[in-house]
Design a protein. Structure first.
Length: 146
C-alpha cells in the first residue's frame, strides 16, 4: 500500500471518529506537540451526492456542515483534517494526529490506535447493515389460474 493510500485511510478514520476517540488516541502519544495553525478550524458546507440504489444516476442529496483545519508541527510535518459538523477542536486534534501519523512507523502506538478505531467503525457499519437486512421484505406475486 502506498503512503498516499495509507494516509487517505487514516484520514477517513479520523474524520469518522468522535472527539473523545481522537483525544484518547493522542493521549497514547504523550503531551500534545507544539503546532502552528496554518488554517484555523473553519466551518462551511459541502454538497452531498447520492445514487439511486447505490449504483444509479447521481443526484444532489443536500448540504452538510464540515469543519476543516491545517496544522504544522514543530518538526515541519503538516496535518490536514475534515470533520462533519462544527466541532473545531475535533478538527484541530484530528489534524495534529494526522501530522503525527506521517512520522510514525507501522508498529507505532498511534497507528495501532487508528486501526482499533477503524475496527470499531467497521463493526458499527456491519451491525447497522445486519439490522437493515433484518427488515428486508421480499415481495412476490402469485398468478392464479393462468
Amino acid at each position: 500500500m502506498t503512503q498516499t493510500a495509507r494516509r487517505q485511510q487514516w484520514m477517513a478514520v479520523l474524520a469518522r471518529a468522535s472527539h473523545r476517540e481522537i483525544e484518547a488516541l493522542l493521549a497514547q502519544a504523550g503531551p500534545l506537540p507544539g503546532h502552528e495553525l496554518l488554517k484555523a478550524p473553519e466551518t462551511g458546507t459541502v454538497m452531498v451526492e447520492g445514487r439511486a440504489g447505490g449504483a444509479g444516476r447521481r443526484f444532489n442529496l443536500g448540504e452538510v456542515t464540515v469543519t476543516r483545519c491545517v496544522v504544522r508541527l514543530e518538526n515541519g510535518a503538516m496535518g490536514f483534517s475534515y470533520a462533519l459538523g462544527r466541532d473545531g477542536a475535533k478538527a484541530r486534534l484530528a489534524a495534529v494526529a494526522e501530522a503525527l501519523l506521517q512520522g510514525e512507523d507501522e508498529a507505532g502506538p498511534l497507528r495501532s490506535g487508528v486501526a482499533a478505531i477503524a475496527k470499531g467503525q467497521q463493526a458499527a457499519r456491519e451491525l447497522a447493515s445486519r439490522k437493515a437486512a433484518a427488515t428486508k421484505v421480499d415481495f412476490f406475486t402469485l398468478v392464479r389460474g393462468a
